[in-house]
Design a protein around this ligand. Structure first.
Ligand code: 5GP
Ligand code: ZN
Length: 113
């Protein structure tokens, strides 16, 4: 399967790794939108949030637990941060492998555009 983030997980495309375990990979976004902009992705290929089911959705809880650890390491836990999932065309998803953006290090506007 031709998936950019599967290639990043396999190391076929280089990335700035922040965290890795048997289920999850986290790396710095190539086009950061905030001082801290990390992508957290499941190693299993799940195309988008639309493909989450009772069978595979436990990965999302794990991703948020990993995010809390990363936030502390990156020094943004106290100041706060945002975790975003873009789903589908209207959601602004451009890579077809489920991913969560972790954005922090500055005050973020709300609502998003
Ligand atoms: P989406 O728009 O699908 O929610 O987010 C995709 C994100 O992946 C974007 O923020 C984009 O900058 C990032 N991205 C795209 N290609 C690469 C890449 O090759 N390496 C890294 N590190 N990030 C990428
Ligand atoms: Zn993939």
């Amino acid at each position: 399967m031709d998936c950019l983030f599967c290639k990043i997980i396999k190391g076929e495309i280089p990335s700035a790794k922040v965290y890795e375990d048997d289920k999850v990979y986290a790396f710095r976004d190539i086009e950061p939108q905030a001082p801290v902009h990390i992508l957290i992705i499941p190693k299993e290929h799940i195309a988008s949030a639309n493909e989450l089911t009772e069978e595979n959705a436990s990965i999302v809880g794990h991703i948020f637990a990993v995010a809390a650890k990363i936030a502390k390491e990156e020094g943004i836990a106290e100041g706060g941060y945002r975790i975003v999932n873009n789903c589908g065309q209207d959601g602004g998803q451009t890579v077809g492998h489920l991913h969560f953006h972790m954005l922090g290090g500055r005050s973020l506007a709300w609502p998003p555009g």
